[in-house]
Design a protein around this ligand. Sequence first.
Ligand code: ADP
Length: 450
Amino acid sequence: MRLRPRSIRARDTLIAAVLAALVFGGIAVGVDLAVRAAVGARLLEDTQLAARRVSANVRDGSLRGPVIPDDSRGRILIQVVGPGGEVLGATPAAAGRPPLSTLWPSRDKRIQDLVECDGRGPGGRCMAVEVIRTTTAPDSVVVYAGKPMPAILVTGLLEALLAVTVLLLSALVAWITWQIVGRTLRPVEQIRAQLAEISASDLSRRVPEPPGEDEIAQLARTANATLDRLEGAVARQRQFASDASHELRTPIAGLRANLEDASMHPEDTDLERTVHSALRDTDRLESIVTDLLLLARIGTGSTGAEEDIDLGALAEAEIQRRTSRLAIDTRLSEGVLVRGVRMQLVRLLGNLLDNAERYAGGKVEIAVSQNGTGARLTVTDDGTGIPEADRERVFQRFTRLDSARSRGAGGTGLGLAIAREIAHAHGGTLTIEDHPQGARFALTLPTTPP
Ligand code: ADP
């Protein structure tokens, strides 16, 4: 059986009710004991006073006729009983009754008190009884003074009343808790319902934000911020898929046109030219797909293991590997160590150099230096440069400022996007800086201590 309620509201209410019952129950037990002790003390005091007065009267011989009750309502029963058990004198209410108790005090213990519950009290109720043997003489009489316990104590009515009070108070606490928790959780339920409705197809909707700074308001704000980012990411993803399809469609269309042409007019087809053109389109498709795959993999750890790399040496090796039409100036500091994936950093530098060579007038400069706590690598060319307004845009996928030229030169439009992604995956930055002539790309990377 499931004892733990599923909802927070029911759970909190149950806990509050149980705690309230325990606390109020404890208080009720204390009240019960205190009332019983106070009433018992009061009864004892009354019966003691009455018994002593009558006992003194017996001793000094002033007791004559019926015993006069202590209080006007005569609730204290007093009897003077002789050694033979015969009632010698009594208050009107106690006359004609058997002795209030069978206890007959000894000479050493003349005064005793007890509670008699053998049905001798009025209505069969229990009585507090004070018993005094008036003298130590063997034929001494005994005075009994008894007062019935209040009905509320004997019948258990007091406990019943206290139990009902505890139940009512616990129920009140449970009701208040149910209301308060319900009111507190209402916005959470609204947020949950709204989130449940928001699907990938409708990420523009937002959850209601309650006013204030409490936890629920913060939860709503965080949920909305997450939805903002999610919406942005989904939009970018869609844009990317559409851009990628668009990029792939051009070489596929070229390829198809070529092949259709060849199949329709085989006699007019220059086979060598057709195959050459088809291969060029295939190369282009391959490089786009390879770049897309690399973009997807950067930062996932699947493109190689990290190692300590001397950035100057890496640049030197890359320049040596190339056969450039341009003069490449180098200013490479030694011992600038960075931690990274060699293949990715080579690719980053390769992309920057490809662009520099493509757009430079005649000169490219590469510098590597230690810069404060980081490494700095710049690639500068003397070409047309990149207007300030486009300096962020060129890092976006498939952005080309001069479409015909860069596409014609075999660029996929992904070079700078890949380069920046690699820089970020290494904890660095890649930006375009101001330069009097041409473009200057600056890469910063955190260095590892030598
Ligand atoms: P692409 O494959 O077209 O070179 P990139 O992402 O490498 O793609 O570059 C994006 C665009 O940025 C290029 O099309 C070009 O217009 C511009 N660009 C990149 N590098 C340079 C540079 N050194 N000088 C001028 N323009 C550049």
